[in-house]
Design a protein around this ligand. Structure first.
Ligand code: 5GP
Ligand code: ZN
Length: 114
């Protein structure tokens, strides 16, 4: 059994509130939302982090951001804006070591991040 939490969610070994799925990607509601809208978009292929990307992942990364774009439109975030976050490694605050994009919206975000 894979120890990776998001791989287990992709395989439906662990339930999640799925908002989008295709052959290459899955998107689901974050279990601990930090904004009125907080979704996670993951590639089905296990990639540890942004640091592990290679040239072969070029199209896949483009697809992930088009999914973010589409989900933002579906949740009516586009007129007011939204935030995307990719935490990478210990200093980046990454806690699940399967590359993922956070889509946060529905409130005013602040800067700088913590
Ligand atoms: P990271 O800190 O690695 O950037 O983000 C991991 C995210 O995964 C966190 O926002 C956390 O709330 C979310 N998360 C952790 N475990 C689960 C889970 O079992 N289900 C869902 N839906 N989200 C999870
Ligand atoms: Zn994984």
């Amino acid at each position: 059994m894979t120890p990776c939490l998001f791989c287990r969610m992709i395989k439906k070994e662990i339930p999640s509130r799925i908002v989008y799925e295709d052959d290459d990607a899955l998107a689901f509601e974050d279990i601990n939302p930090q904004a009125p809208v907080h979704m996670i978009v993951v590639p089905k292929k296990h990639i540890d982090s942004l640091s592990s990307l290679t040239q072969t992942d070029k199209d896949l990364m483009g697809s992930l951001f088009l999914i973010v774009n589409s989900l933002a439109k579906t949740r009516n975030l586009t007129p007011t804006g939204f935030r995307t976050v990719i935490n990478t490694g210990p200093d980046g605050g990454q806690t699940v070591h399967h590359l993922h994009v956070h889509l946060l919206g529905g409130r005013q975000m602040t800067w700088p991040p913590g």
